[in-house]
Design a binder for this molecule. Structure first.
Ligand code: TYD
Length: 200
């Protein structure tokens, strides 16, 4: 089962995923936790190059799509074949929200991502962009080019609209991470149970 955790920068994805992974592993669930941009060479190129300068957002979309396909083939698919539950921090909806926020057409993003499967469950951590940027600033370090209020506000809007249209789970991420993690873990358990039921 492939679970994508989405949300704007500062929504708490990494912290929440860490807590969720601890809880689910204690229950004996085999997990593979990963993220995009990936730790592979294309992911590193994206972080080092595309996120640091003003590149046409269509170029970004192509790089993220290349990273995603490579990530899927080399890491996600093998873990799924081993029967593990894969949790990825960011996936396809990050491209639609972020590159979409800079004007890239959703249909084209879907087209260039055609060779990766849709997740079985998408969970969106929703938080106000002002609060999100305060959290990002508190972490320190140089903000990347997408970490600007108007971009995050637009990305959040796109995520919210698509969640409504496509039935994604939206979790209120303005709360402390422990509370958010409880909700996220519960949604994953519920989905796992439903799939086991369907397979039986
Ligand atoms: P992020 O999750 O912030 O990684 P890290 O915490 O390691 O810096 O992702 C980096 C940035 O990449 C983030 O601002 C969102 C952006 N991004 C896209 O614009 N499109 C995508 O498809 C993905 C996966 C990420």
């Amino acid at each position: 089962m492939l679970v994508a955790i989405e949300g704007i920068d500062g929504s708490g994805k990494s912290t929440v995923i860490g807590m969720v992974a601890d809880a689910l592993r204690k229950e004996g669930i085999g997990l593979y936790v990963t993220q995009e941009p990936s730790s592979g060479e294309i992911g590193q190129l994206v972080r080092r190059w595309a996120l640091q300068r003003s590149v046409d957002p269509h170029v970004d979309a192509l790089l993220f799509a290349a990273d995603r396909l490579h990530h899927y083939v080399t890491e996600i698919a093998p873990a799924l074949r081993r029967g593990e539950v894969v949790i990825t921090e960011r996936y396809l909806e990050s491209s639609i929200a972020y590159q979409g926020a800079l004007g890239v057409d959703t249909e084209w993003i879907l087209e260039i991502n055609r060779h990766v499967p849709w997740p079985d469950l998408t969970i969106v951590l929703d938080v106000d962009p002002g609060e999100a940027l305060r959290r990002v600033a508190a972490r320190g370090g140089r903000p990347d080019k997408y970490e600007a209020l108007h971009v995050l506000a637009r990305a959040r809007e796109i995520l919210a609209r698509r969640s409504l249209e496509l039935g994604y789970v939206v979790v209120d991420a303005s709360r402390e991470p422990g509370a958010v993690a409880l909700d996220v873990a519960e949604h994953i358990r519920k989905k796992l149970k439903a799939r086991r039921h369907a397979d039986a």
